[in-house]
Ligand binder design. Structure first.
Ligand code: OGA
Ligand code: MN
Length: 296
């Protein structure tokens, strides 16, 4: 069974077939998938049946270490999935019912509908995220991915020169705060802004990409208003249709994306009526972006 990639869009995303990701991979298979990530930035594995948590964790560990635990905005009724390695991407409460309209986990989850890169608010951000679909609503709830390499390439020379060495500050205070979600004192402390380069260079391919996210709120050495306008302009540019792949989920799909070179967002669905349950594992990138400037 040969491992093959079938492009799903002109610049980003491919379907990967010819591998059973529920079974241990050979080192060659893992290396081929990693090379596929470097090329396509988003890979879709259509399996029909969701991976179990041990299967998803084992598959994830082929590509690096999982992220260490971080302060989560919790549901009023407590956590639904105890495994700290699994992010519960759902609208469900610990008792299995749909979260109340004003539940903080629901409100925080709405933030996934803003374009972002996972964990850009951490000093050492995420490399890959792997999201597996368990329960889906009848309509809506697609996930979109924007190619930040193609977006960078299409900037004009003047803009490329202007942003080359800029450093942004990222925090959940900027993203969730913009939605009006109030924070506790402990959260404000835990969510202190971290620095990230605005232009990243891929360690393997040498390609440059924009490192944008809803979590980015300031740019060092720039008045906040000017930074906000620049970040909005770049985000608008980077999320044009020609750079975006929309994934229509089927139960059992596992989608893996590179947070260094893409942004993503959830699309709305009737979350007061239908359950939607996906489970995410995340691989850390291992190094801060601000010390990466001479890489490649
Ligand atoms: C995520 C995320 C989007 C979605 O899991 O990191 O942003 O469509 N998910 O659920
Ligand atoms: Mn996300």
């Amino acid at each position: 069974m040969a491992l093959t990639f079938t492009p799903l869009h002109p610049v980003i995303a491919a379907a990967c077939s010819g591998v059973d990701i529920g079974q241990p991979l050979t080192p060659e298979q893992a290396a081929t998938i990693d090379a596929g990530m470097d090329k396509y930035a988003v890979l879709v594995f259509r399996q029909g049946t969701p991976l179990t948590t041990p299967q998803q964790t084992a598959f994830t560990l082929n590509f690096g270490e999982q992220e260490p635990p971080y302060t989560q905005i919790q549901a009023a009724g407590g956590v639904r999935i105890a495994d700290p390695g699994i992010s519960d991407i759902s609208n469900l409460a610990a008792d299995g019912g749909i979260l109340a309209r004003d539940d903080r986990k629901r409100l925080s989850g709405l933030g996934n509908q803003m374009w972002h890169s996972d964990s850009s608010y951490k000093k050492i951000p995420a490399r890959y995220s792997l999201l597996c679909a368990h329960v889906l609503p009848p309509e809506g709830g697609d996930t979109q991915f924007a190619d930040m390499r193609a977006a960078y390439d299409m900037l004009d020379a003047r803009m490329k020169a202007r942003i080359e060495d800029l450093v942004c500050e990222h925090s959940r205070i900027f993203s969730k705060g913009a939605l009006g979600i109030p924070f506790t004192e402990a959260e404000l402390k835990a969510f202190a802004p971290v620095r990230q380069r605005l232009v990243r260079t891929h360690r393997v391919t040498g390609r440059k990409s924009l490192y944008l996210s809803s979590h980015a709120g300031r740019i060092l050495g720039m008045p906040v208003a000017e930074a906000q306008i620049l970040l909005r302009e770049l985000t608008e540019h980077a999320t044009q249709r020609e750079f975006v792949y929309s994934h229509k989920w089927r139960v059992g799909d596992l989608v893996m994306w590179d947070n260094r070179t893409t942004m993503h967002r959830a699309r709305p669905y009737e979350d007061a009526v239908y359950p939607r349950e996906l489970r995410r594992t995340t691989v850390t990138d291992g190094v801060p972006t601000v010390e990466q400037q001479l890489a490649a």
